[in-house]
Design a protein around this ligand. Structure first.
Ligand code: FMN
Length: 171
């Protein structure tokens, strides 16, 4: 038995997605509309709404980092999703610790479970978002990776994994 809708807003259904903080220079923006699209070379795609300040920054700088924070930071991420970098210093508001910067002056956040350094290689204008296709040039994995990824289901709903199982590997 299903209820059927024709728009995402109307359906309001829970669709858990891994969430990251996209850092372009010192500006932090939560993103959950992103996915891997090629293994070798490792390429990734992120959808950014045109009205966001980050969209302007990405067009100018053509690079960013994706900082995958553990679940415990969901309140900070939620706050950063409500404010805009052209009117607020979001790094200061976040209180997050800076581990350093990549070669393009994009932030690396120490609390991340892992971080992707990304360089834009293509863009695709699509509906109300632009898809930024990137080469992932470096992957930083925290030695203390939490195994509690932050999942975002829309409308302020956050969750994490309850149980992780390793299935038998194919030969
Ligand atoms: C958990 C979460 C995930 C989000 N995912 C995206 C996303 O994938 N793409 C997008 O354009 N906006 C997304 N947003 C909205 C932006 O983060 C929000 O508009 C932000 O304030 C933009 O900041 P900026 O203007 O400094 O770029 C998300 C917000 C939250 C809270």
């Amino acid at each position: 038995m299903f209820d059927t809708y024709t728009s995402l807003d109307d359906s309001n259904h829970s669709q858990p997605r891994v969430t990251a903080l996209l850092a372009c220079h010192n500006n932090l923006m939560p993103v959950s509309w992103h996915m891997p699209i090629s293994k070798s070379p490792f390429r990734y795609a992120v959808a950014v709404r045109e009205e966001n300040y980050t969209h302007k920054l990405l067009q100018k700088h053509r690079s960013f980092t994706l900082n995958f924070l553990p679940f415990e930071h969901y309140e900070t991420v939620n706050l950063l999703g409500k404010i805009h970098g052209d009117s607020e210093d979001k790094l200061t508001r976040s209180g997050l610790q800076v581990e350093g910067w990549d070669n393009h002056q994009n932030l690396l956040l120490g609390a991340s479970d892992f971080i992707y350094e990304c360089e834009v290689c293509d863009t695709y204008e699509n509906g109300d978002h632009t898809v930024f296709v990137v080469d992932v040039t470096k992957i930083h994995v925290n030695k203390k990776q939490s195994k509690k990824p932050m999942l975002f289901s829309g409308c302020g709903r956050y969750a994490t994994l309850g149980q992780e199982t390793i299935a038998e590997q194919s030969l």
